[in-house]
Ligand binder design. Structure first.
Ligand SMILES: Cc1ncc(C[n+]2csc(CCOP(=O)(O)OP(=O)(O)O)c2C)c(N)n1
Length: 933
């Protein structure tokens, strides 16, 4: 056992734990055979070697691989182990000693980073004897002594890294190599540096001009993280080089005007006009549509930029004040851009578009939406090939200090839980900031995962331009007031290094100011004249009310039905399930087409017409109520087969994905997707409609108000299981009343169908109607398979969606009481055991709740000449459900003198009973009250 010692073995063990294949096979065998506790500590390792020696285990006596520390030198061997620990400490904890704060606060440091504190002490002499090659370093230097300054500079300078939490070994090794080799930190050349300075001058100049010209107006100045703009420039340039056609950016208020002007290319003139109080989005939201418009720092924009590799589209998504709400929307947009939906198979190519999300430091940690969005990155149905996250970290949230804002050290810590590498960079080192983007970009292209750049800066002014920061952060405000701007610092550096003459540096500032001043003066001269804004490409339809053919010839439906029941020879579906599905053949002749079948035929018929379909939601592949089974599973192999993706004549893609357990991010994603894919039918299904309020911000801020604020709409379709079936307060109501409250100016459609044919025509109409609008469907549960709610082939092969269904059995002359209801309660009424006792009662169904079918309702009522009462019946409490929103419509529709009667649950704080028997009693009471029995 000559030559064997624990120091050397420890070194090999370290390498083995890092990468088992990196050590000689005999050592690997030894480590693999050892009980884990022996591998966890130095004494254990000694015992392991002792054991091997006693067993005469010759195979560990291999000659130590090159290069080997002189083993006789006990101190040196110990030193190597300590050096390994030191290297590891720099990689893991170097960020604690990094100089990330432009305001110069001292980093906390960490004892593990101090060579003198290790055992044995890594004295300069010892350091000089430890070969760097043993330490697997990528920084320059032959020995630890030579390498150490580089290590410190790399990990503890104005950049810092957190990568060691990443579970993928290849990624860790790649990142270490990329970071330590400095591959992405090559010095900028003189031209690049001059451009960077000019860019910073432009960023600063614009903010200064606006502040002076529009005293006290909110601009949410970027100053303190100015370098964000050149960082975005760089990211766009690199994306273009990598083949992207589009960069989709999501960001909040901070620095947005600057990004709009300098990154997206919105003309100064337009921004100045907005500061003068003018509306500049007339092209998108016309006054006839009653658009409210939005404040200037929420508006989205699209621009085309020239890059070395050609032109690229830069899109800044419109977003609400609600911080981080736009995150999943941007992801959905990017995914839509990346997807070719024009073939049956569909094709997702993440290189086509780069999503960039810019976060505030307080919002990144505080808003749960961020976690939900990060969780989408690796999912097949949601991935965008990696998002570049930029935390615009100004070390304060409004007036709240980080200590009160988060329990973690860094704003970015959340990202660690998602295996995301984090690069921190000091915002006063613009060149480092650029290299952070280069590294992030390289990582994304290499691994297709998200990456976070935490840009640590400060906020030169208050939260907005009306705030006095010294009231709440007096010391910080004082320090910032003394601190030169990043442009000043960088100019001084370039002047000192002889890159730019002082005069030129000064000129740069003047140029921007002059440009803005000229634009402003020109604007004032032409004030009142409509601006020449290139019409924004928007998705408002040119026509509305056009006829939509939703019926599909019976032969085609038969053919599609057959194809949907086809599985390949190699595939064995569950026999019981297949038997169930096989019944879908008989229904074509015998009737009984249920919801699942009608839905499948609707999608299939759209696919052959070239309309792509994307359907996602929790457990959507099977369907919460097991009515869909769009994805089949082989009982022997577990392989899946989706018949809808194998239709012979399909000329569009069908995407279906079980979603993660999120409502907020998932609905936001589909909103973004649908807005960017106006030709597609994009549907999101809730597990139960009750859970949709987890996504309330997306509904309030985007789906219902987007058209009015930003001229943004889509065909997004929400399938929300709704109906009172005795399953308690959280499995009954999709909060229909909320959607009705949000409905105005025909911004959305709200429907509750009672037959599968109605659902079929509705889905097709939603996809084919020239007018795109979001659709909210209260979908059924019990009705999914209910015989009475099923339809015939003729029902699908003819007709259309009808917003109102009259009572086909009513005796019009003798009817004195007209019941109007919506949804499942219709069957409770029509099928009530005592229905026969209620004479002179007709029951009609309101299928479309919004837009309310005013004309049809009036006609329907007129069809009953001897009416004495109009009864509105609903399952929901009186303060919920449709009643309060449609009451005035019912009042308008009924003849004068005929009272409007309400039958339903009384005012309630909770939507439904928790006890099945109480539920049954209440349903029965409502139906009897409606029928008057
Ligand atoms: C969901 C939500 N809650 C509260 C606010 C109000 N608000 C606007 S900005 C802000 C502070 C944001 O701080 P940070 O994320 O650090 O961004 P900064 O303004 O510092 O760039 C708050 C609380 C909001 N816009 N959205």
């Amino acid at each position: 056992m000559d030559g064997l010692n624990t120091g050397y073995a420890a070194l090999l063990l370290e390498q083995y734990l890092d990468n088992p294949t990196a050590v000689p096979a005999e050592w690997r065998e030894l480590f693999e055979s050892a009980p884990p506790e022996l591998l966890s500590a130095q004494p254990g390792l000694a015992r392991l070697l002792e054991g091997a020696r006693e067993a005469g285990n010759g195979h560990v006596q291999v000659a130590s691989p090159e290069p080997v520390a002189p083993v006789a030198d006990h101190e040196l061997v110990g030193g190597v182990a300590a050096a390994m620990a030191l290297v590891k400490a720099f990689r893991m904890h170097g960020h604690l000693a990094a100089h990330l704060d432009p305001l110069g606060s001292e980093p906390p440091g960490d004892p593990a980073l101090e060579p003198e504190r290790l055992v044995p002490k890594l004295t300069p002499e010892l350091q000089a004897r430890i070969p760097a090659s043993l330490l697997r370093l990528h920084v320059a230097g032959e020995t630890l002594a030579e390498a150490l300054p580089h290590l410190r500079e790399t990990y503890c300078g104005t950049m810092a890294y957190e990568i060691e939490h990443i579970s993928d070994h290849e990624e860790r090794v790649w990142l270490r190599q990329a970071i330590e080799s400095g591959r992405y930190r090559q010095p900028l050349d003189a031209a690049e540096r001059t451009t960077l300075l000019a860019r910073l001058a432009r960023v600063e100049g614009m903010e200064q001009y606006l502040r002076r010209a529009f005293l006290g107006q909110k601009q949410f100045s970027i100053e303190g993280v100015d370098v964000m703009v050149p960082m975005l420039d760089e990211a766009i340039e690199l994306a273009s080089t990598g083949g992207a056609h589009e960069v989709v950016i999501g960001m909040a208020h901070r620095g947005r005007l600057n990004v709009l002007a300098h990154v997206v290319g919105r003309p100064y003139e337009v921004i100045l006009r907005e500061f003068e109080g003018e509306r500049t989005i007339e092209a998108v939201v016309s006054s006839e549509e009653g658009g409210t418009g939005d404040v200037k720092y929420h508006l989205g924009a699209e621009g085309t930029r020239k890059t070395e590799a050609g032109e690229i589209t830069v899109t800044l998504a419109s977003n609400p004040s609600h911080l981080e709400a736009v995150d999943p929307v941007v992801e959905g947009r990017a995914r839509a851009e990346q997807t070719d939906r024009s073939t049956r198979d569909g094709y997702h190519d993440p290189t086509v578009a780069l999503p960039i999300l810019i976060h505030g430091d307080a919002a990144f940690t505080g808003q749960g939406e961020v976690a939900e969005t990060l969780n989408l990155q690796g999912l097949a149905g949601y991935s965008t090939g990696g998002t570049l996250h930029l935390i615009s970290n100004n070390q304060v949230g409004f007036t709240t200090d980080p200590e009160d804002s988060r329990s973690t050290r860094y704003s970015s810590d959340l990202a660690k839980g998602f295996d995301i590498p984090i690069v921190h960079v000091n915002a006063d080192d613009p060149e480092a900031a650029i290299s952070a983007i280069r590294l992030a970009n390289a990582y994304r292209w290499r691994f297709g995962h998200d990456v976070v750049v935490d840009l640590v800066g400060y906020r030169r002014h208050g939260h907005n331009e009306q705030d006095e920061p010294a009231y709440t952060q007096p010391l910080l405000a004082a320090a910032i007031a003394e601190h030169p701007t990043v442009r000043e610092l960088y100019a001084a550096r370039l002047v000192a290094e002889g890159v730019v003459p002082q005069a030129r540096a000064d000129e740069l500032v003047g140029e921007v100011q002059a440009e803005l001043k000229a634009a402003h003066e020109e604007l004032k001269r032409t004030f009142g004249v409509e601006p020449e804004i290139a019409p924004v490409e928007h998705r408002l339809p040119a026509t509305s009310g056009s006829i939509v053919h939703t019926a599909v010839p019976a032969d085609r439906l038969r053919d599609l039905n057959d194809q949907l029941l086809r599985v390949p020879e190699w595939f064995t579906p569950h026999p019981k399930l297949m038997k169930q599905l096989e019944r879908r053949r008989e229904t074509l002749d015998q009737g009984g087409i249920d919801w699942g079948q009608a839905e499948a035929l609707a999608y299939a018929s759209l696919l052959v017409d070239g309309i792509p379909v994307r359907l996602t939601g929790q457990d959507t592949e099977r369907g919460t109520f097991a009515h869909r089974h769009a994805v089949l599973h082989d009982v022997h192999t577990g392989a899946t087969f989706t018949p809808m993706q194998h239709l012979d004549e399909a000329v569009a893609s069908f995407e279906i994905h079980n979603s993660p357990l999120s409502e907020y991010a998932c609905l936001g994603f589909e909103y973004g997707y649908s807005a960017a894919a106006p030709e597609a039918l994009v549907l999101w299904e809730a597990q139960f409609g009750d859970f949709v309020n987890g996504a309330q911000i997306i509904i309030d801020q985007f789906i219902s108000a987007g058209l009015s604020k930003w001229g943004e709409t889509s065909r997004l379709t929400l399938l929300l299981p709704h109906g009172y079936e005795g399953n308690g307060p959280e499995h009954s109501s999709a909060r229909l009343e909320r959607f009705l409250q949000l409905a105005a100016q025909e911004n959305i459609r709200i429907v509750n169908c009672t037959t599968s044919a109605q659902s079929f025509h509705l889905l097709r109409r939603q996809a084919l109607d020239a007018t795109a609008r979001p659709l909210v469907v209260m979908t059924p549960k019990g009705l999914l398979r209910m015989k009475q709610a099923s339809s015939t082939l003729d029902d699908l092969a003819a007709g259309e969606f009808r917003p109102l269904l009259d009572d086909p059995t009513a005796d019009r002359e003798r009817t004195t009481r007209l019941i109007l209801c919506s949804g499942k309660i219709y069957y409770d009424i029509a099928g009530h055991e005592r229905r026969g006792e209620a004479e002179g009662v007709a029951v009609a169904r309101l299928e479309q709740l919004y837009p309310f079918p005013v004309k049809q309702a009036a006609e329907l009522v007129r069809g009953y000449p001897n009416l004495r009462e109009l009864v509105w019946v609903q399952e929901e409490p009186q303060n919920m459900g449709p009643f309060r929103a449609i009451r005035h419509r019912l009042e308008e529709a009924k003849p004068e003198g005929v009272p409007l009667v309400y039958a339903g649950r009384p005012w309630r704080a909770s939507p439904s009973e928790g006890y099945p028997t109480a539920h049954l009693r209440e349903q029965d009471r409502i139906v009897r009250a409606a029928l008057g029995i």
